[in-house]
Design a protein around this ligand. Structure first.
Ligand code: REL
Ligand code: ZN
Length: 420
């Protein structure tokens, strides 16, 4: 159907974004059969580390005392300080409200215990079904860390994720703290040596390959500090060059780098204590240029790096640009970054991932982001309609499917997942 009026255009764009099933390419969620690793429900929503950081700005409680409280007492405290004593307008607070509303909860009562009871009716499986349906998500990519004892045990016992959940092999301990984790590799039967050499390369590569077989990951991933450099004289650089990149190429599994995080700026806040800084894009440019047959997925944490990343995306097709990560996952910044990407890279990106740590957050992360993506798409389509270009609604549906689903699977060469 050809689009003739701007009202028609607005309705088609809104509907296409609303209806499109999403592949969420980076989350911290787990398949429902991964026991307690999957976090869900009101207390988890309220104790999200974004809100821990925010509550400490109002609370008189020392952080050490806060950590000694039970999870529900922490949630009560956050509710009281951030929702009752002040209006919950921050993005993380608003997210809780959108999520509860989306779950069918009437917020007027402000009665946390009543909200808890509503959630208590669900087990992990029924809640996953309900939330994925409400959020319009059909595939979820997890973050899977073979150095995490609990998670490791689950994989080693042969547990396989629900088919809607896909693994991503996360390698932060290997790449960011190799010296501290070398002994673990040894204990698990990988004969890495103290001095870097052929044997260590072989053994780390074997470790990667074993976990690839076990997890069947869609990509390997790492988060990196702002001063990340490559190549350089460091364990991290050697492991990337001699182990990750050859395995990534050989197995056709892209290497995802999330760059710009400064961990533990305020360690007392634990996971709420991380921050960010600007990074140089030179290491990424070097990799893209030097390894044209390797595939890289990249997002940066600082706003300042976004423009350079778009420009680099124009130079290298082995670079997949994705998401508004963490401190960028905030409406004002999503809007700016998404508009810039569409203008510089067209529709060849995955504009967003949820980074959800709590299952229910899928509802708000996607509702909020989809509103912005819709708005920017509408603006861009209007611009081209004004030139006399004619659009058909199937073209808009195709574009939206690319953005929220197909571009990711296409980059992975998983043609069976691409929706036609
Ligand atoms: O994947 C990561 O490294 C980050 O996204 C997380 O560490 C972070 O805590 C996350 O919750 C951000 O949204
Ligand atoms: Zn993350």
């Amino acid at each position: 159907m050809e689009i003739n009026t701007s009202e028609q255009l607005a309705a088609v764009v809104k509907n296409a974004v609303q209806q499109q099933k999403i592949t969420d390419m980076h989350t911290h969620l787990f398949s429902p059969n991964f026991d307690s690793l999957l976090h869900r429900g009101v207390d988890e929503l309220l104790t999200y580390h974004y809100l821990v950081a925010e509550v400490m700005r109002w609370s008189d409680l020392p952080i050490e005392i806060f950590w000694q409280l039970t999870k529900s007492a922490q949630a009560d405290h956050i509710w009281q300080k951030l929702f009752i004593e002040h209006s919950p307008v921050s993005e993380a607070c608003r997210g809780v409200l959108t999520t509860l509303q989306g779950f069918g909860i009437d917020l007027r009562s402000r009665d946390l215990d009543a909200f808890r009871q509503i959630y208590a009716q669900y087990d992990a499986y029924s809640q996953v079904d309900k939330v994925l349906e409400l959020a319009g998500v059909d595939h979820v990519v997890m973050t899977n860390d073979p150095f995490d004892e609990e998670e490791r045990g689950i994989w080693l016992s042969g547990t396989k994720p629900d088919p809607r959940f896909h693994a991503a092999l996360r390698l932060d301990p290997l790449l960011n703290d190799y010296a501290a984790n070398k002994d673990k590799l040894h204990a698990w039967g990988y004969q890495v040596e103290d001095v870097w050499g052929e044997q260590t390369v072989r053994e780390i590569s074997r470790f990667l390959q074993d976990w690839i077989v076990r997890m069947n990951p869609l990509y390997m991933a790492v988060s990196l500090p702002p001063d990340f450099a490559f190549p350089e004289d460091s364990d991290r650089s050697r492991i990337i060059e001699h182990c990750i990149l050859p395995v990534s190429r050989g197995k056709s599994i892209p290497f995802a780098m999330m760059i710009g995080v400064t961990r533990a700026v305020n360690p007392a806040l634990r996971s709420a204590g991380d921050s960010l800084d600007k990074a140089s894009l030179e290491p990424l440019a070097y990799m893209l240029r030097t390894y044209p047959h390797n595939k890289f997925m990249t997002t940066y944490l600082s706003r300042e790096n976004q423009h350079e990343l778009c420009v680099l995306g124009r130079k290298f097709r082995n670079l997949f640009v994705f998401g508004c990560w963490w401190f960028l996952n905030s409406p004002a910044l999503i809007e700016e970054v998404t508009r810039m990407r569409f203008e510089l890279l067209g529709l060849s990106v995955t504009p967003q991932h949820s980074d959800a740590r709590v299952l229910d957050q899928l509802i708000y992360k996607w509702k909020h982001s989809k509103e912005i993506i819709s708005m920017i798409l509408l603006e861009k389509y209007k611009d081209i309609l004004r030139t006399g270009w004619v659009l058909d609604c199937t073209e808009i549906e195709r574009d939206v499917a690319d953005l929220l689903h197909n571009n990711f699977w296409r980059f992975l060469d998983k043609s069976d997942r691409i929706l036609s």
